[in-house]
Structure formats: structure tokens, C-alpha cells
Design a protein around this ligand. Structure first.
Ligand SMILES: *Cc1c(COP(=O)(O)O)cnc(C)c1O
Length: 356
């Protein structure tokens, strides 16, 4: 038997979650965000599951080309635009919409051959201070873009820093409005959190990411409460058992020491599979359907779990690291991270299966 770890991707869950996003913003069109290998879920299978989306948003141009080559004709937005003039030519050739987030990128447009046309998303920095044109530069950039024959259409976009927490989008949305109102152009602003919590910012194109994969964008709200279904379930099995006496330690650094006689299980899953190494003792795990916790440090290929109260657990017992029955959000929170990072970290060595 091969090493028992496996990630299973539920295509019906992906479709359900897209429908939740679309229902939340019935008047907007949807770019399904499939950057980073569709948050670790697999680019092509996710694109297939999201075929009902109006378009795709992605970062890596080579993956955008793969989508076109696979026959997807819908709009594809390059979220960070292009990085050089070769990419810009490829973008025009394949009909990718391009974010422009820096006045420097205007120069690239000159490199397009005469007849080429491109759809441009002008990205404004309204307070995230990562990428984007600051509002006071917008007039100049818009004038330059409108003078370019190569620009087929213009859409205004921004990205929110705190759409998921109590600070919300107020200030950013106001800055966006006052900078863009005069242009009367289509706009795109909402990530998952804003789609679910800030309908005033739905605009013309929403950009759901994490919610499509069945995780919650909000710290205090479960995915289930939002109607989202987990798409990725990471499972493995117990491949070993140990009986500990009081004083016995577990794993590297001997960070866990038994206070009483204990039975523990060894799971075929470690940080080289994408499990977070910083997950502390007590990070939730399901063993034979029963919730328990990790013990000691996560190793490269293994982790240890407490079998107290699970006497039926034995070699070969099924283990769920996250997904169905154990929300990735809870594991992420225990490990001091977010579900985004768990999903994206799923390692290439983990076999992936699909479920309908
Ligand atoms: C990744 C990304 C999104 C999706 O964000 P989620 O929080 O995953 O919904 C939307 N817009 C931009 C610009 C992004 O980079």
C-alpha cells in the first residue's frame, strides 16, 4: 500500500460555493479567483468546476495561457498585470484583461503592435498601500490611458485591507468613490469578505477567492454558517502507535511530556506535506471520526496525536487533518495562520483525487 496521505477535492462543493458568491451579489459579474493553483485545489479542475463563472482572475500568465489553450473563452483578469512587454503582447494575443497598478506600466503599452487591443483594469491604492495608483495620480493616468489606441476598455479596481473585520471598508470605499466617480466606468472591488458583508461595494465585477474553496473570510464566523462547503479534505492514517509512561517525551525537542500513561498515534503527514510546522500541541485532528489533538512538534513526514478516549484507534485508522468534519479554519486558527495558507501549502507530493 502506498503512503496513505491524500487530498480529496470535492467538485460539487466548489460549484456550491461559487453559487453562494453569485447569489450574494446577484447584480455583479464574477471573476472566480484561481491564482496560486486555485488556492492549492488544482487550476484545471477548479476552472472546470467554476465554468459557470463569468470570468477568471489569476496571477500567473502561463496558467492563464493554459486556460485559453483548454478552450476557456471567458474574460481572464491578470491581477498583477504583466511584468514585461513580452507578457503584455501575450496578454493582448490571448485577450487577457490586465491590471495596471503603477504609472510606470503605461510605457509598456507602447510596445504593443499597432492593431493589438487590451482591456485594462486600473488598480487604485485606496489604503492597502501594497499595489495601486494613488488617487492624486489617477487623472494623469486616465488621460494617458484614454489617449492609447491599444486600450479597448477601462475598469477601475481596488482591494480592501480590512473587509473581514470590524474596521470594514468605509474609508477605502469612500476614497475609491471620490477618486473614480467622475469617470462613470465599471468597477471591481469586492473580495470574499466584501462580497458577504459589504454589498455597497459589489460593483460590476466581484472577485471571490477563499469562499469558493469553502473557508470563511471572517475570524468569528464559520464557513458552514455562510453556506460554504469544504472543498479540500486532507486525510491520512495512523501508521504507528506508542504507549507512553509518565515522563516520556514526544518528538523533536521533546516539547510534549506525558503526565500520565498515554496511548498516542503516529500519522503519515508532516510539514513536507503542507501541514503547518508551527501547529502547537492540541491542534485539532480527527482520528477514526473522533476529535483529538496533535502532540509535540510536527515533523517533516509525521505528526503525533493523542489517542486518549479513542481506544478503537489502531494502525490504519483514518485521520482527517482538515476538511470534511474538521474545518480548515479551525486548524489554521490553532496554528496561528489562515486557511489560505494551509490550502496553498499543500505539497506536490500529496496525491490528489477528485470527488463529484
Ligand atoms: C486574491 C485576491 C482576491 C481574492 O481574495 P479572497 O480574500 O480570497 O476572496 C481578490 N482580489 C485580488 C486583487 C486578489 O489578489
Amino acid at each position: 500500500m502506498p503512503r496513505p496521505i491524500q487530498a480529496s477535492i470535492d467538485l460539487a462543493a466548489l460549484r456550491n460555493n461559487l453559487a453562494v458568491a453569485r447569489r450574494a451579489a446577484p447584480h455583479a459579474r464574477t471573476f472566480a479567483v484561481i491564482k496560486a493553483n486555485a488556492y492549492g485545489h488544482g487550476l484545471m479542475r477548479s476552472a472546470r468546476a467554476f465554468a459557470a463563472a463569468d470570468g477568471f482572475a489569476i496571477l500567473e500568465i502561463d496558467n492563464a495561457v493554459r486556460l485559453r489553450e483548454a478552450g476557456y473563452r471567458q474574460p481572464i483578469l491578470l491581477l498583477e498585470g504583466v511584468f514585461d512587454c513580452h507578457e503584455l503582447r501575450a496578454a493582448a494575443e490571448h485577450g487577457f484583461a490586465c491590471a495596471i497598478h503603477d504609472p510606470e506600466q503605461l510605457g509598456l503599452l507602447k510596445a504593443l503592435p499597432g492593431g493589438a487591443r487590451i482591456d485594462v483594469f486600473v488598480k487604485l491604492n485606496t489604503g492597502m498601500n501594497r499595489l495601486g495608483i494613488v488617487p492624486r495620480m489617477l487623472q494623469g493616468v486616465m488621460a494617458a490611458l484614454r489617449a492609447e489606441a491599444q486600450v479597448r476598455s477601462l475598469t477601475l479596481m481596488t482591494h480592501f485591507a480590512c473587509a473581514d473585520d470590524d474596521r470594514g471598508i468605509g474609508e477605502q470605499w469612500q476614497r475609491f468613490g471620490s477618486a473614480t466617480r467622475e469617470y462613470r466606468l465599471p468597477c471591481s472591488a469586492a473580495n470574499s469578505a466584501a462580497i458577504l458583508r459589504h454589498p455597497q461595494a459589489h460593483g460590476d465585477w466581484i472577485r471571490p477567492g477563499i469562499m469558493l474553496y469553502g473557508a470563511s473570510p471572517f475570524a468569528g464566523v464559520s464557513a458552514a454558517a455562510l453556506g460554504l462547503l469544504p472543498a479540500m479534505t486532507l486525510t491520512s492514517q495512523l501508521i504507528g502507535l506508542q504507549e507512553l509512561s509518565p515522563g516520556d517525551a514526544v518528538g523533536y525537542g521533546a516539547t510534549f511530556v506525558a503526565q500520565r500513561p498515554m496511548r498516542i498515534g503516529i500519522v503519515a503527514c508532516g510539514y513536507a506535506d503542507g501541514y503547518p510546522r508551527h501547529a502547537p500541541t492540541g491542534t485539532p485532528v480527527l482520528v477514526a471520526g473522533v476529535r483529538t489533538g496533535t502532540l509535540g512538534r510536527i515533523s517533516m513526514d509525521m505528526l503525533c496525536v493523542d489517542l486518549t478516549g479513542i481506544p478503537q484507534a489502531d494502525r490504519g485508522s483514518p485521520v482527517t487533518l482538515w476538511g470534511e468534519g474538521l474545518p480548515a479554519d479551525e486548524v489554521a486558527s490553532a496554528a496561528g495562520t489562515v486557511s489560505y495558507e494551509l490550502f496553498c501549502a499543500l505539497a506536490a507530493r500529496v496525491p490528489v483525487v477528485e470527488r463529484e
